[in-house]
Design a protein around this ligand. Sequence first.
Ligand SMILES: NC(=O)c1ccc[n+]([C@@H]2O[C@H](COP(=O)([O-])OP(=O)(O)OC[C@H]3O[C@@H](n4cnc5c(N)ncnc54)[C@H](OP(=O)(O)O)[C@@H]3O)[C@@H](O)[C@H]2O)c1
Length: 260
Amino acid sequence: MIALIGSGNVAAWIAHRLRDSKEFRIGQVYSRNIDHARRIADRVGAEAIDRMEDLSREASMYLFSVSDDAYRKLLPQIPFTMPLALHTAGSVSQQVFAGYAVEYGVLYPLQTFSENSVYEGLQVPVCLETDHLGASLDSVERLAAALSEQRCRMSGHQRTVAHLAAVFACNFSNAMFTIASDILQENGMSLDLLRPLMQQTLDKLDVMSPRQAQTGPAKRRDDRVLHNHLAALDDPIQRDIYRLISMYIQIQNDSGNEDK
Ligand SMILES: NC(=O)c1ccc[n+]([C@@H]2O[C@H](COP(=O)([O-])OP(=O)(O)OC[C@H]3O[C@@H](n4cnc5c(N)ncnc54)[C@H](OP(=O)(O)O)[C@@H]3O)[C@@H](O)[C@H]2O)c1
C-alpha cells in the first residue's frame, strides 16, 4: 500500500496513473486540508487524512509530493521510521529523508502539471535517483514503470541541472507567452493568432537545434525594429526582458557559438 503525502498537481497525476494499477494501491492521501486530501483519495478509494500522526505504519511506500519547503515541517511529525520514502521534487535533495526513512530516493516527473491538465497521451519522463535504495529498488522501478513509459536514472546533481534547464524551457517560455498574450489583448487581439507560430517554434526543433532555429530582428541586427519595439513597450520589466534577451541572441549569433 502507498501513502501519498500531498494533494496538489503532481499528486493528482500520480493518483490518476495508479488508479487502475493492480500492483500499486494508494491507501492513504494526506493534506493539511482534508477537503484537498478527499478530492484525490475519493478518486482512488483511499482514506483521506489531515494529520501526519494518522499516517499508517502499514504502507510499503511513502510518496511525498508537497511544496519544497514543507518537508522540514512534515517529516518530524511522523511518529515512526518509514521503510521507504520517495519525493517528486526537481530541487530537493534526497537527503531530506535521512533519519526519517530506511531507504529513500527521488521520482521526479519532468513535465508541467496544472490543475486542469489533460493527462491522456501525456508523455512524462520520470527521473529516478536510486542510490539510497536497497531491497526496494525493484519495486521503485516497477512503480516508475506504472507511472510512465519513459524512465531514466540520474544523480542528484543531474536532476537539479535538468530542473534548471526545465525552468528555461517551460516556465520562462510560458512567461514569454504571457507577455505576448497581454500585448495582443491590450490591442484587441488574442493569443490564438500566434498559435501556429508557437507550434512551429517547437516543431522546427525536430529538424534543427534551437540555435539554428533562431530568427527575428535581434538575430538580423535590425536596430530600427528593436528601437521601435522597445519604444512600444510601456512596462519597464517587459522592456528589460526584451533588451536582455535580444542581447543574448546577438551575443550568441556574434560568437558563432556552435551547438555543443
Ligand atoms: N507542478 C509541476 O509541474 C511539477 C512537475 C514536476 C515536479 N514537481 C514537484 O512536485 C512537488 C509538488 O508540486 P505540485 O505542483 O503538485 O505542488 P502544488 O500543486 O502546489 O501542491 C503542493 C502540495 O503541498 C502541500 N503543502 C504546501 N505547503 C505545505 C505545508 N507547509 N505543510 C503541508 N503540506 C503543504 C499542499 O497542501 P494543501 O493542499 O494543504 O495546500 C499541496 O498538497 C514539488 O516538489 C514540485 O517541485 C512539480
